[in-house]
Design a protein around this ligand. Structure first.
Ligand SMILES: [Zn+2]
Length: 63
């Protein structure tokens, strides 16, 4: 197995932009968990009865 250097970023499930910090949230009646970037997380949390916050994903390891 080769050691492939992968860039640890994820794409926002709402807008598709990649970010190194994403928020794991539920934002609709299906209860599906998605990853959202900060602007989308703020928008999803505003006036949304389905919004649930489930944690933060960061690309950088903690030191
Ligand atoms: Zn987004």
């Amino acid at each position: 197995m080769g050691r492939t250097q992968r860039i640890r970023t994820k794409a926002c499930d709402v807008c598709g932009d990649t970010a190194d910090t994403l928020f794991r949230i539920q934002h609709d009646a299906t209860g599906a968990w998605i990853f959202a970037c900060k602007p989308c997380q703020v928008e999803a949390s505003t006036d949304n009865p389905h919004y649930t916050y489930g944690g933060t994903w960061k690309s950088k390891k903690r030191h």
